[in-house]
Every structure is written in structure tokens, then in C-alpha cells.
Design a protein around this ligand. Structure first.
Ligand code: MRU
Length: 343
């Protein structure tokens, strides 16, 4: 993005831009243990599936540099958040290196830092390729509805769904983004609007409940969202509210796109019913900032994600191409292509 990087390595420390403090303050956290990284993920100082994956990979590198037990570090990081498969994908990739490594602890640490760097750099390239691949789907002057935050902050840099909007803007398409505020953590209002502002991309923030009305009255051309986990059949877990948006898009005949790197596709998960959905603390809903808005004693249910059924998804845009239904066939083919393309 230029002005900041959500996840950055500084030789022996991981530096994260604390997303809980945005847009009010740009505060950087310096982390030097896997436990600190796990806490930053759990507390959402770093968030967004690809950013979580990269941060966790650096967490393993930090553990190796400090001579910590790697399987313990791996476990602590795995327990930080359950839904984004990029976390497990990155930790599996790191594990393949440290398990059975032949060499000194110093050599292993160097190798793990290198692998974490590779994961981070590949993510940036993947995001730009997603943006390029999507260009043909974005009409000039498109009005695009977006949910949550999927930009530079949610990735290592550039972003997935928001990256598509950015790429279209940079290509001169005069797009306008409508940003769902995304209750309860307000990733759309706080983070996506922050990024669009910094980039000078025309945008408007709306409350989540306004999306149907905006589709009907403004003539939205397409919806694009990110993903935390895509099952083999195309069912997609993403930020709570995505499912509602997909239903509203179908009713209005608006294409509904999911944008994600192939590291978000989980072929081991057959359908969305198998995806673990994180439930977060009721306080996230009960309070607006410091003010309690739900009466004491009223129960709150706070699922952080929902699953959009594949049949509501027009296409899934990845770094190696666009998957169309039937996803059981197109997704494994793209995952295979990504494997072949990797240097
Ligand atoms: O709870 P969050 O903020 O980590 O959820 C983020 C999302 O749901 C994103 O849409 C998804 O991780 C894709 S980010 C490129």
C-alpha cells in the first residue's frame, strides 16, 4: 500500500499495524514470541485471513529464533482463531519444514524466516493477480458493494476483494465502492473506508441493513467479498452478513463474486456445513465503543462468520484464474494450477 504494511518483518521481530486502533491512530506492535502473535490474532490486532496466515508463519519463525518448542508454538497459534483456513494452511507449510529438519537450530531458524517471508511475498503477488484476473468482470463506472475489510490491512498488502476495486480504479474504470460498515467490529466503516480514503478511491459507507435498499435504488453492478474458507463445493465462509448480502444480490439479479487466493480454498472440507464458525464475546455486540447498548440481562449471540452456499456465488476469483460452477470441478483444478505455478 505504501504508507503502511499490516505485517512486516524486522530481522528478529514481527511488526503489526494494530488494527484495533484504526482509523484514529497508527500504532505499531512489535512482537517477539509466538504467544504474542497468537494473542494479536485472537484479539484482532491483525485480522483478515491472509494476514492471519502470514502473521502465524512469522510466529513460528520467532519461536525458532528464540529456541522455543515449535510444536507448542504451532499449537498455540492454531488455537488463536478457528475459521480462516489460511492460518492452518500457513502453519502446515511451516510444519513441513521444521518437522524432520536436518541441520543446526540456527539453520532451521533461518529457513523458517525465509519461508515466512516467501508466504508474505506470495500473498502480495497473489492479490495483484486476483485484481488483474477480475478486470474483465468490472464494467466502467461500476457501483460495487463490498463487505468487511479485505484490503491491504487484511492481507500482507494490496488486498483481495478491495484489491479488485483498487485495480479497477488504477485501470481508470471510475468505480464507486459502497462499503458495508460490518457490525459488530466495523471493519468496513473503520478499515475499508480508511484504505479507500488513503488511496483516493470514491466510496460511501452504509450500515449493513442498507444493502438491499442500496441495491434497489442505486443500481449496484456487482458485489465482491473476500473469504475465510472456501469448501470444495464452493460454499464460502466469510464475515457475518455475507450470506444476507448474497441472498439480496440474487433477488436483485446482481452478480455476487468471491475473491480469494487459492490458500483460502480448503479441499479437505467438502461443504460449508463442516466449516467451524467462530463465536466471539457478547460484549462486541452489547457495546458500541464504551457505551452499553444492549440491556444487562439480554442474551447476545455473536457468530463472527456465516456460510454463503455455492449456488449464490456467481464466480470465485483467484490468483490463477476464475472458478465458475460446478465448483467441485473448477476449484480443485485451480488449486492444482497454483501448485504447478509455485517456483
Ligand atoms: O474477523 P475478520 O475481520 O478477520 O474477518 C475478515 C473477513 O471476513 C474477510 O472478508 C476475509 O478474511 C478475507 S480478507 C482478504
Amino acid at each position: 500500500m505504501g504508507a503502511f504494511r499490516s505485517v512486516a518483518w524486522r530481522g528478529d521481530r514481527l511488526v503489526l499495524l494494530d488494527q484495533r486502533r484504526l482509523p484514529g491512530a497508527k500504532v505499531y506492535l512489535e512482537l517477539s514470541t509466538a504467544a504474542e502473535v497468537a494473542e494479536a490474532i485472537r484479539e484482532m490486532a491483525v485480522r483478515g485471513a491472509p494476514a492471519i496466515g502470514a502473521a502465524a508463519a512469522y510466529g513460528i519463525a520467532l519461536a525458532a529464533l528464540r529456541g522455543e518448542d515449535l510444536s507448542q508454538a504451532d499449537q498455540v497459534l492454531r488455537a488463536s482463531r478457528p475459521t480462516a483456513v489460511n492460518l492452518f494452511w500457513a502453519l502446515d507449510r511451516m510444519r513441513r519444514i521444521w518437522e524432520g529438519f536436518q541441520g543446526s537450530p540456527e539453520a532451521l531458524a533461518r529457513r523458517l524466516v525465509e519461508e515466512a517471508e516467501r508466504i508474505a511475498e506470495e500473498d502480495v503477488l497473489a492479490n495483484k493477480a486476483i485484481g488483474q484476473n477480475a478486470l474483465s468482470l468490472i464494467p466502467d463506472e461500476a457501483r460495487i458493494l463490498h463487505h468487511c475489510n479485505t484490503g491491504s490491512l487484511a492481507t500482507v498488502d494490496y488486498g483481495t476483494a478491495l484489491g479488485i476495486i483498487r485495480m479497477a480504479h488504477e485501470a481508470g474504470k471510475k468505480v464507486h465502492a459502497f462499503l458495508d460498515e460490518t457490525r459488530p467490529r466495523l471493519q468496513g466503516a473503520r478499515l475499508s473506508a480508511f484504505e479507500m480514503n488513503e488511496l483516493g478511491i470514491p466510496h460511501t459507507v452504509i450500515v449493513d441493513g442498507a444493502s438491499g435498499h442500496v441495491m434497489k435504488t442505486f443500481g449496484i453492478d456487482l458485489v465482491v467479498v473476500g473469504a475465510d474458507r472456501i469448501a470444495k463445493n464452493g460454499d464460502t465462509a466469510n464475515k457475518i452478513g455475507t450470506y444476507n448480502l448474497a441472498i439480496a444480490a440474487r433477488y436483485h439479479g446482481i452478480p455476487f463474486y468471491v475473491a480469494a487466493p487459492t490458500s483460502t480454498i480448503d479441499l479437505k472440507t467438502k461443504t460449508g456445513a463442516e466449516i467451524p464458525i467462530e463465536e466471539r464475546a457478547p460484549e462486541e455486540v452489547a457495546y458500541c465503543g464504551p457505551v452499553r447498548v444492549v440491556p444487562e440481562g439480554s442474551p447476545v449471540y455473536n457468530p463472527a462468520f456465516d456460510v454463503t452456499p455455492a449456488e449464490l456465488i456467481t464466480a470465485i476469483i483467484t490468483e490463477v484464474g476464475i472458478a465458475y460452477p460446478p465448483y467441485e470441478e473448477s476449484l480443485p483444478a485451480l488449486v492444482e494450477k497454483a501448485r504447478e505455478d509455485r517456483p
